[in-house]
Design a protein around this ligand. Structure first.
Ligand code: SF4
Length: 898
């Protein structure tokens, strides 16, 4: 513990700090301009200089480490003169009018402190750009601190900015192209966030916030912590929680960074087409153009309750279903499933996890005892090797993608398994461009190599793994040389990937829907778990099997019990039904519940009558639109609860309940790595919109159940969740206010569990390798349908486009597209932007073409965000064999240029 003297007083600090860190600890920070805690210090601005006894000249405090016995002077006449001189030099070219008009920039505050007035001399080179929807650039205000260049390189890894020219003509401009957009900017806003001079700015944030509210991002499952700036009940900006200033932010997954969606895509909250009044549909037939009538909450709730009572009396409780929402809070989802079970009397409750990561939850629960990610995102910097399988983090989980990119730049190895050469494929040591539908063969071939070449971890297998011998016999049929041709990759590459994964300790796997949304999705995740079991990559930091969850609370919605076969905390009715009944003071139905896809089947068979869909556009997003249409068209009652008249409401809705948005309510979300984090209301709900849990309670009470549906706050609901879910009992609002905690966290003193399965699996000491035979999907190519199409998201759009489609993100990615290889495009004389008809065995759609070298000949990739395109008209009815997730990732198609 070094003891140092600062301005005549002695202080003791922990080792490893810089002088600037130490000065800030005792609230004696010196001025600085080029420093940002997210960046490597460079000591360029020379403002943070201090005098150190024994040194001949002042040294930068941001680059000099403390050492025992140091004697430091922070403010002397000489130092203050030096700072003033340096500031005057920086201000030589700065426009004085900006200095006067925008007093809040860090540079301007320093100028005022040192009584320096900018001279505004003419500067030859200056880059300005007003073409981007979010970021403004006026480099005549640049003070050459290099923070924009460094943050783009060191945090985002996008390398947009570069220094051009020499000497006095040096200036910062995009490294590529003539604008930010041409320069491959991904609009993360980090350069704006760090710029101290106003040279980079948010074009829309012209006002100062009256209040900043700490909350969790509205988009993906990374769960970034942010602050919502509001003024007069409107959002005027969003910024990352400051990793230094804000205590809990220190542990936040985003470490002071956000992506384009989290930071900028908030305008959906206040668009003109937001519905803020309950509505009833006047004409009953879904084939007619709907006529909606705005009504009071009383009328909407009375009507709905009456219909539900009538349907239950005529057709039974199991003719009714409820879908929770990955966009709603844990508290909302908990109450939704309790409503289905206690008020309606059915286990027919599900959520959109069914169509994305229920296969992951099922595989992880079956093999390891807990259906969630084994490790935390903070292990990214601790791993030696990443295995990315069927996920595209830089587009779909951008903060995790940026952290992986930086870890690879710092030496970690990277294996990418994906049909496309995704962005991280460019950084990969090995890219296995597997043919869509052949994951099982490929993953088995990696396992076969590990066994054959004795790359496995014998100690781990001895102590924790069963059925190794039977597995080695089974897996011999999948040796790389036997399956390589069908997988579309070389046997040598498969063997190289197996060696790299097995020999790099620890190795960490992230997977996405490119694994799960298949006929063998659950088994695909099991095949990944086999690899981790063989190599001992479980139960330690920097290892594990980690599904990247798509939506901010998809982990939470299923975990709260929006699942026909699990109660809150992923507990089965058999295991925990009695304790729930005791707390709920109500019986739990014993009938087998229907999952979302089975509800559609029952509706098509006319055995299902009513569906309450919360925050989920099923008509747009479920595979095979024709089938969804047949099912929803057979329902008597479709209740849609959302911010907008989504496609489900537009076509089939009977009742519309306007929900409060994520910015307008309190509660919690559960992110991909099992953290429970607060969501806080920053705005008053628009119009008559209400939090989902409020709506559920009102409806329950109208159906005659008040007890257990009379909570007064989200926190009160959460306290009941903690009572029914033992592994979450320690996650009180008070604790998560100040700590970033991963469940299991069984009591208020428990530190949380960032890494699962350390000494034993959740359900047992040992677990068995699974022997998974490959089964071919029916979506095979033939002469009529010679291409394999996969579908997925893009950076700028989110799922059904309900939110991002109502923001300026549209300017960055205006439409869905069909990506095609240059070889196929040339053969078929297709050019960028040509309209292409895509026909599958199930339907057809038209999308504009994009020629992309990332696509292999014979394969195609399409996005699905635009409701006008309705891509799911062409996807099939093939489902995962074990949990029914649709096979979105493989459709055989033909294409023609229109
Ligand atoms: Fe939000 Fe995900 Fe982007 Fe983070 S990475 S800001 S959670 S969308």
């Amino acid at each position: 513990m070094p003891c140092i003297n600062i301005d005549g007083e002695n202080y003791t600090f922990e080792a490893g700090l810089t002088i600037l860190d130490a000065l800030r600890r005792i609230d004696r920070a010196v001025p600085h301009l080029c420093h940002d805690d997210r960046l490597q210090p460079i000591g360029a601005c020379r403002l943070c200089v201090v005098e150190i006894a024994g040194e001949t000249r002042p040294l930068s405090s941001c680059t000099t480490p403390i050492s025992d016995g140091m004697q430091i002077t922070t403010r002397s006449p000489h130092l203050e003169n030096l700072r003033k001189t340096n500031l005057s030099l920086l201000a030589e070219y700065y426009p004085p009018e900006v200095f006067h008009a925008e007093p809040d920039h860090a540079f301007h505050r320093l100028l005022r402190e040192y009584a320096v007035v900018p001279a505004g001399a003419d500067r030859a080179e200056k880059f300005c750009d007003s073409t981007h929807p979010y970021l403004g650039v006026a480099m005549d205000r640049c003070v050459h601190c290099q923070r924009c260049v460094r943050i783009c390189d060191e945090v985002q890894g996008q390398f947009v900015w570069a220094n051009w020219g020499r000497g006095a003509a040096t200036h910062i401009a995009p490294a590529r192209g003539d604008s930010l957009i041409e320069g491959d900017c991904v609009a993360c806003g980090a350069c704006v966030d760090t710029c101290p001079s106003g040279a980079l700015f948010d074009k829309r944030s012209t006002q100062t916030a009256q209040q900043w509210t700490h909350s969790t991002c509205a988009y993906c499952g990374v769960g970034c912590q942010l602050e919502i700036g509001t003024r007069d009940n409107s959002i005027i900006g969003i910024r990352p929680v400051d990793a230094l200033v804000d205590g809990p932010g220190d542990a936040s997954v985003n470490r002071g960074h956000l992506c384009v969606k989290g930071r900028y895509a908030y305008e959906f909250n206040s668009t003109d087409d937001r519905i803020t009044t309950p509505m009833l549909r006047e004409n009953g037939n879904h084939l007619e153009k709907p006529r909606w009538r705005a009504v009071s909450w009383d009328e909407a709730l009375d009507f709905t309750a009456k219909k539900l009572i009538d349907i239950r009396a005529r057709r039974g409780a199991d003719s009714i279903g409820v879908l929770g929402s990955a966009r709603a809070t844990n508290e909302d989802n908990y109450l939704a499933q309790k409503f289905a079970r206690v008020v309606i009397g059915t286990n027919n409750v599900d959520c959109c996890a069914r169509v994305c990561h229920t296969p992951s939850a099922k595989a992880l629960k079956t093999m390891l005892g807990t259906g969630a990610a084994t490790n935390q995102f903070d292990d990214i910097e601790q791993t030696s090797c990443f295995l990315l399988c069927g996920c595209n983090p830089t587009e779909n989980h951008p903060i995790v993608g940026a952290r992986i990119k930086q870890a690879v730049r710092n030496g970690a190895k990277l294996i990418v398994i994906d049909p496309r050469r995704i962005e991280l494929g460019e950084y990969a040591d090995i890219h296995l461009a597997v043919r869509p539908g052949h994951n099982i063969q490929l993953l088995n071939a990696i396992a076969a190599t590990i066994v054959e070449e004795k790359l496995f971890d014998p100690d781990f297998i001895d102590t924790r793994v069963d059925e190794f011998s039977a597995f080695t016999q089974f897996i011999d049929d999948y040796r790389p040389e036997k399956v390589a041709d069908e997988c579309g990759v070389s046997a040598a590459d498969i063997r190289a990937a197996a060696r790299l994964y097995a020999n790099s300790k620890p190795a960490m796997c992230f997977h996405g829907l490119g694994v799960t949304e298949h006929l063998q999705g659950t088994e695909g995740v099991m095949a990944l778990i086999n690899l981790a079991l063989l190599t001992g990559n479980l139960g330690k930091a920097g290892s594990g099997i980690n599904p990247l969850r798509g939506q901010n609370n998809v982990q939470g919605s299923a975990h709260m019990g929006c699942d026909p076969s699990s109660l809150t905390g992923s507990q089965t009715i058999k295991e925990a039904g009695a304790s729930f009944e005791k707390i709920w003071q109500a019986p739990i139905p014993q009938t087998h519940g229907l999952d979302l896809l089975s509800m559609l089947d029952a509706a098509v068979a006319e055995k299902f009558s009513a569906l309450w869909v919360i925050g989920y556009d099923i008509y747009h997003s479920l595979a095979n639109t024709e089938y969804t249409e047949a099912a929803l068209g057979n329902l008597e009652l479709v209740i849609v609860q959302d911010l907008f008249l989504n496609e489900t409401a537009r076509r089939f809705g009977t009742v519309f309940f306007p929900a409060a948005s994520v910015f307008e309510k309190d509660g919690t979300f559960m992110n991909s790595d099992r953290r429970v984090q607060r969501v806080r209301a920053a705005l008053i709900p628009a119009g008559d919109s209400r939090p989902d849990w409020w709506i559920t309670q009102q409806l329950a009470q109208r159906l005659g159940v008040r007890a257990g549906f009379d909570f007064e706050s989200a926190e009160a609901i959460w306290n009941e969740v903690r009572a029914v879910w033992p592994a979450g009992a320690g996650l009180s609002y008070t604790r998560i206010e100040n700590e970033s905690l991963h469940w299991p966290c069984p009591d208020e003193k428990h530190p949380g569990t960032p890494v699962l399965h350390r000494d034993r699996f959740q359900h047992a000491e040992r677990t068995a390798l699974q022997r998974i035979p490959y089964i071919a999907t029916s979506e095979a190519v033939d002469t009529d349908h010679p291409f394999l199409l996969t579908t997925g998201r893009t950076l700028y759009a989110f799922n059904a486009g309900t939110m991002t489609g109502r923001t300026p993100n549209l300017a960055l990615r205006p439409n869905d597209t069909l990506d095609i290889s240059p070889q196929d495009a040339e053969k078929m004389q297709i050019h960028d932007g040509d309209d292409i008809r895509i026909s599958s065995r199930h339907g057809e759609v038209v999308l504009p073409a994009r020629i992309r070298a990332q696509i292999k000949p014979g394969e195609l990739f399409a996005t699905f965000h635009n409701p006008a395109m309705l891509l799911n008209q062409i996807t099939s009815r093939v489902r995962d064999r074990l949990v029914s997730a649709p096979e979105y990732k493989v459709t055989a198609v033909r294409i023609e240029r229109l």
